[in-house]
Every structure is written in C-alpha cells, then in structure tokens.
Design a protein around this ligand. Structure first.
Ligand code: DGY
Length: 331
C-alpha cells in the first residue's frame, strides 16, 4: 500500500522530516521558499496532509482545489491562518501546538517587558554608537518593574504563565481582562484579579497582550485604547500583529502619550510600520517569542504527531476543529 502524501510547507528540523518520512511520502521545502497561495495550492493538490508554520493561509478556495487534503497541522499555537469554518465544512482537520510553548513564550514576554521598561536596547544602541562618555543620574532611567501593576489582556495558558512570573517572581500586582473569567482557584494561583478592559488600560504600568487574533480582536488596541493608558505605561505585544493598530502606536510613542512599547509581532509582518522604526522608545523583535531550539523542536514534533496519528486513523492530539464529515474515515 502506498504511503499517504504530505507537504511540509517551510524548512523544519531534519530529524522531524526523517521521522515523518517513515510514515509518509514527504515533499519538504528545505530551501525555505516562500510560496504564493497559488503555488501552495498546486503543491497540496495531491497531498493528504500538510505541516504548516502559521503563515500559509488555508481557506475555502484552497480546500476546494485540494480534495485529498485531510489534515493541516500548524506548528504554532495561534491558527489565524486557518479559516476554521471552511475547514470544518470541507471535512479537513486543523491542529495546533498548545502547551509545549507556554513557558518559553511567557519567558520571552517577560524578557520583552524588562527590556522595554528598562530601556535595554535603546541604551545598548547608545553605547555601541560610542555616545557613552559619562554617568548621569537620569541616563536611560526607565520604569520600575518589581512591585508595579502588570496588566494582561487575554488570559489563556500563556497569559497565566506571565501572571505567575509577575506575581510570584517580581511581586507585581496582577490584573487581567479576558473573554471569560478564570476559575477562582486559578485566579488565586496566578494571584490575578479580573477587571474590565477600561480598568485594565487605566491601571496597568505594563500591559501585555496575549489574546488570539480574530476579527473581534483586530485593533483591540487602537488609538482610543492606547490613549486610555498611563503616560508612564509600557505596552507589550507577543500575540499577533493586527491586535495593535501599529500606526496609532507609533504616533503615541512619538508623542510620548505612553512611555514605551515592546513588539514581537506586527501588522503585515515581516514588514514593519516605518514609523515604528523611527521612534527610539520601542523594542522590536522578529516574532521569536517561542524560539528556543528545544521548544521549536517540541512544536514540530507535536505537529508531526498530529499528522501521524490522524492519517493512521487515530485521534489527533491537539485538534482545533471537529469536521462533521471528515475526509478521513476514522477506524
Ligand atoms: C505561535 O505559536 O502562535 C507563535 O506565535 C509562533 O509562531
């Protein structure tokens, strides 16, 4: 019997390709070409499954053109590249990689918060430029982290991991806003207090965004929301581009209506709003919050495990939908 065929849409760890090759006829992309939607569709026409990295859009048109496709396994926790309703209707399973990246991503959220509040990159650029000639009392004086108020917008697993770091590690007063309130035991463990979004914006010294990107969360932090923040506050986005109105944020940073921002994700990335590149009070990183070797390997392994299980007729580990009429008839 011939093996199912899969496409690996971007370059990944060779050992994961090797493992997948034991189960599947694999087309890999180790040259890391960035395919157009049409080219992705063309390559998926004869495939049973795909391993994607979160930037390949999977929508109705592609699904209609790829009748063999049964599963798309993202090696990311966010899956805003999936049209979930279209996948469910087409009988195609989607999977993501929750849990394995939670602590690593929370570590990075904190690193970005610290770097932003304490002006780490701005001061390093100054030093590298040879501008450091003497000490002065207010040189790169930033914002306090310990004991301050940490606001978290979106309180899933990563939000909770950031809350624990803030409350237990830095003695921060943690407040959060989320679509649904956490169970009391979880709130107590995270030492986090539920507040309205308005209260969150008005009181956070450091506001970290960790919510999924959906049509509802588009520009959840626009000009009006940013204007409600304290002039001394910092804004950290490790969630998705599009949640913040980057142009409005650049203006606020320029006008110093908030103190600083730390951004790992951008609207239209990898392009970055040019105004953000002009302001000094922003720390910019290229979407690396989950990027440790160990975690990226775990993410690829989990995506591979989903493909292996599902295409063998077993239950997927981390599904994001439940197709009513799966293209795969399960055992
Ligand atoms: C995720 O897993 O969603 C991260 O943003 C990495 O892409």
């Amino acid at each position: 019997m011939s093996k199912p065929r899969i496409l690996i849409a971007r370059k990944i760890f060779p050992e994961v390709i090797e493992r997948l090759s034991q189960h599947f006829d694999v087309e890999a992309n180790q040259d890391d070409m960035l395919w157009s939607d049409a080219e992705l569709t063309e390559r998926l026409k004869d495939k049973d499954g795909a391993l994607t990295t979160g930037t390949q859009p999977i929508g109705a048109e592609l699904l209609a053109a790829c009748p063999r496709l049964k599963i798309v396994a993202n090696m990311t926790v966010g899956y805003n590249n999936f049209d979930v309703a279209a996948m469910t209707a087409a009988g195609v399973l989607g999977t993501n990689t929750p849990d394995v990246l939670t602590e690593t991503t929370a570590d990075f959220g904190f690193a970005l918060l610290m770097a932003t509040a304490r002006r780490v990159t701005e001061s390093e650029h100054y030093l590298r430029a040879g501008k450091w000639t003497r000490w002065s009392y207010d040189m790169f004086a930033g914002t306090e982290v310990h004991g301050s108020t940490l606001g978290i917008l979106g309180m899933g697993r990563i939000g909770q991991a950031i809350a624990r770091r803030g409350a237990h590690g830095f003695g921060m007063n943690v407040i959060y806003h989320n679509r649904s309130r956490l169970a009391p035991a979880l709130e107590a463990e995270c030492k986090a207090r539920y507040v309205s979004k308005d209260e969150l914006l008005a009181n956070a010294d450091h506001l970290v965004l960790v919510l999924p990107y959906t049509p509802e969360s588009h520009h959840a932090m626009g000009a009006a929301e940013i204007a409600r923040m304290k002039p001394t506050a910092t804004l950290i986005n490790i969630a998705r581009g599009g949640i913040v109105d980057d142009a409005a944020l650049a203006q606020a940073l320029k006008d110093r209506t908030i103190a600083a921002a730390g951004l790992d994700v951008f609207e239209g990335e990898p392009a970055v709003n040019p105004w953000l590149l002009q302001v000094p009070n922003v720390v910019l990183t290229p979407h690396i919050a989950s990027a440790t070797v160990k975690t990226r390997l775990k993410m690829s392994d989990l995506a591979a495990d989903n493909l292996i299980a599902y295409l063998a007729g077993r239950a997927p580990l981390t599904p994001v939908n439940e197709p009513a009429h799966p293209r795969l008839s399960r055992n």
